[in-house]
Design a protein around this ligand. Structure first.
Ligand code: SAH
Length: 241
């Protein structure tokens, strides 16, 4: 047995994101520019001096727990979505949440740092994180070293090469406007960019059906329409004053 100092790790903060459920979350950060949220720093890490200087950076590394995958466990091999859900690779050759220790790593955009009565918050965008994700560490993204020129991505292709049109019914359009006025959040852009990534599992792409996708506190109902998508309606938006 190799000896090392025992060191329990506890979260330094919790993510509040636009994705309350796993379905619809993009496969990597940066794919959906409008996916926003905030990291609420927890004591003793909610002190302003601990983030002093961080606002000089546009992006951060977030090291987190795939808390929503723990109950499902992990396997030595996985079927990643970029292989159409058919072929298997080793879990360590994948970015699957179902891995030993369930550790996740994402580069996210830092929009600002806010001190409020309720605590200290990092405002974030370009997220691929489930709401309530526990965060263990944050580090500034350092392009000269972290962006490796000439690196090749194994067999993982960049997704979303097929441009997909996202249309809204009048009813869905109206719900977006009402929601945006009430909250100041860019719901329409979030829906469009999230659907452009085609969240459907590879096995279901041939089936005609309506999907429900939770974003913030609303439920977006949509279906495939030709090569694109139609947003049918948005449930949970209070109409009228
Ligand atoms: N950038 C990260 C995550 C890649 S996997 C990494 O490479 O480690 C991205 C998927 O993780 C998303 O599609 C979402 O379904 C899932 N996910 C995000 N946060 C999660 C969480 N807290 N628990 C379980 N799954 C999560």
């Amino acid at each position: 047995m190799i000896e090392f100092p025992a060191h329990p790790i506890t979260p330094i903060g919790i993510i509040h994101s636009c994705y309350p459920q796993k379905f619809g979350i993009p496969r990597q950060p940066g794919l959906v520019k409008s996916s926003t949220g905030r990291l609420a720093l927890l004591p003793p890490c909610d002190r302003e001096e601990m983030v002093r200087g961080l606002d000089a950076f546009s992006h951060l590394w977030i090291l987190f727990l795939f808390h929503g995958a723990v109950a499902e466990g992990w396997r030595p091999m996985v079927r990643p979505p970029w292989l159409g859900g058919q072929k298997r690779v080793g879990v360590f050759a994948s970015r699957s949440p179902h891995r030993p220790n369930f550790m996740g790593l994402s580069v996210v955009r830092l929009m600002g740092i806010r001190r409020e009565k309720k605590g200290l918050f990092l405002e974030l965008a370009e997220l691929d994180l489930l709401d309530q994700t526990p965060v263990f560490d944050i580090k500034p993204y350092v392009p000269y070293s972290d962006a490796v020129a000439g690196a090749h991505g194994g067999t993982i292709p960049p997704p979303g090469m097929v441009p997909r049109e996202v249309l809204f019914t009048d009813e869905a359009e109206e719900s977006c406007s009402i929601y945006e006025q009430r909250t100041g959040r860019q719901l329409r852009a979030l829906i469009t960019e999230t659907l452009e990534q085609d969240p459907r599992p590879a096995s279901q792409r041939r089936r005609a059906r309506e999907y429900g996708m939770a974003l913030w506190e609303v439920n977006v109902r949509w279906q495939a329409e030709g090569e694109g998508f139609l947003v049918v309606r948005i449930e949970g938006v209070e109409k009228g004053e």
